[in-house]
Design a protein around this ligand. Structure first.
Ligand code: FES
Length: 463
């Protein structure tokens, strides 16, 4: 994993990267990943392909369980792992993507990711077009300092040293929901913590003097979290100041400290559907909640902590819809949660014998592979949110979980099978994965008996 391995640790060893794999085999893997929707932003994928290629070479009869274990060292935030395991299954039965309309696929990806996104085998090979990849080699490098300023130097190492950067650590402090419940005769209550969007490609941009900065959203919406990234504005300003191209590189620690989070809530709902959602003060969050639950009262509360954003995937409205699903008589009997999203899409989810089963209707699929991939990814993110994700934040509002491993994102071995039934339905295509996200979170919560604090610490996988 090149992203976390210092060069000194591999001194004297021989390394095979994706580009060192036999070209025909590389192409087969890329096609398999594209055909199964196993790559979305593509940031994690080159490492995963190398891992799986190595496993197949060392152990030709390796099972799905072997592949799941091999993935433990990796992290994919987008795909929910199961599609990667589908790609693994295709290693000996090459698949073709001929005949697929990749423009339509990219349109569906844009609807789901809410930002233009490329789809094709090249994305699996890491060539989706990340902002930092296109920076001129002689650009100056800028990194943020702890007090919000920037250090600019000739190289990343120099800039980091001058900024006094130290590697982030995972804390031993638990994530605690920061908000107290409002008083009331509640049928169901829920308290959540800040949640890190945990996109893998940290914010990056670059700009020439007087030019347009490269978008940090080049190949992936980061689940809404990069919409207000600090990187492009800084690249533009610093390029003008230094009269040279400047590349802005935000480290994981910087992204965690300054990037937008899902706002924490403390909420109660009565059996008649009325109730109160107390939420960390976030521009736009009241409207987001009222879009699906106008009868819920929303109280915004100022709380010391990292920045929050209503642009994060289904922020606010998912919590409201989940609370409403939890008091629906039918849901508590059948365990089936049905949610209609603000775009008009509809998703039904259940947890059945360790498998998450989903039915989704969101208009014309445009490309079933991409839609399936985004729905699996959303289901994984929802399960992870309910059971294991949260950020440790101290009373002064400082975040203590500063590594990608510390956010609680579920690993492949912890992710159950996810079955998706696409109900094509009439009408134009609308976002379906955000509604799947809310429906799966509701179904998992109902399945677990509605524990009042997330993350619940319980799993749903049975083997
Ligand atoms: Fe794996 Fe985006 S495709 S992190």
């Amino acid at each position: 994993m090149a992203c976390v391995t210092p060069a000194r640790r591999v001194k004297g060893r021989s390394i095979t990267t994706l580009d060192g794999i036999d070209p025909a085999a590389r192409e087969r893997w890329a096609d398999a990943f594209c055909a199964t929707g196993a790559s979305q932003c593509g940031f994690c994928t080159p490492g995963i392909i190398v891992r799986l290629h190595g496993l197949a070479a060392k152990k030709p009869d390796a099972s799905i369980a072997d592949a799941e274990r091999a993935l433990q060292a990796h992290l994919c935030r987008c795909t929910g792992w199961r599609t990667i395991l589908d790609a693994w299954e295709h290693r000996e039965q090459p698949v073709t993507i001929d005949g697929r309309d990749l423009d339509a696929a990219a349109r569906r990806a844009e609807i789901e990711g809410r930002i233009p996104q490329a789809v094709g085998p090249h994305v699996a090979l890491g060539a989706g077009g990340f902002a930092d990849d296109t920076a001129p080699a002689d650009a100056l490098v800028a990194v943020p300092t702890a007090d919000g300023d920037w250090v600019v130097a000739e190289s990343l190492g120099e800039a980091r040293q001058a900024a006094g950067k130290v590697q982030g650590r995972r804390t031993t402090v638990d994530a605690e929901p920061p908000l107290e419940l409002p008083d009331g005769d509640w049928a169901v209550t829920l308290r959540t913590s800040w949640v890190e969007p945990a996109y893998l490609e940290t914010d990056a941009s670059w700009c020439r003097p007087g030019g347009e900065p490269a978008s940090p959203l080049a190949n992936g919406g980061a689940f809404g979290a990069k919409v207000d990234s600090i990187a492009p504005g800084a690249a533009r300003r610093l390029a003008d100041e230094h009269d040279r191209a400047v590349r802005v590189v935000v480290s994981r620690e910087d992204a965690v400290r300054s990037g937008a989070k899902r706002p924490p809530v403390a909420a109660g709902i009565r059996a008649d559907g009325t109730g109160v959602i107390r939420v960390a003060r976030t521009p736009g969050i009241v409207d987001a909640i009222h879009a699906v639950a106008p009868e819920l009262e929303v109280e915004e509360v100022s709380v010391a902590g990292p920045p929050t954003s209503a642009a994060i995937r289904a922020a606010g409205w998912a919590e409201a819809a989940i609370l409403r699903a939890a008091i629906t008589g039918e849901a508590t009997i059948t365990g089936e949660a049905t949610i209609t999203g603000p775009d008009g899409s509809r998703a039904t989810a259940t947890v059945d014998d360790g498998t998450i089963k989903i039915r989704v209707s969101c208009g014309d699929p445009l490309d079933e592979v991409v839609l399936h991939s985004y729905c699996v990814g959303a289901a994984h993110m929802a399960l992870s949110w309910v059971t294991s994700e949260g950020l440790a934040v101290d009373d002064a509002g400082a975040v203590h979980d500063l590594t990608i491993r510390s956010f609680g994102v579920l690993r492949a071995v912890d992710t159950p099978p996810i079955e998706i039934e696409l109900d094509p339905g009439p009408g134009p295509p609308v976002n379906g994965s955000d509604t799947v996200f809310a429906a799966v979170a509701a179904a998992v919560w109902i399945h677990q008996g509605l524990p009042p604090v997330w993350p619940t610490g319980q799993t749903v996988r049975t083997n």
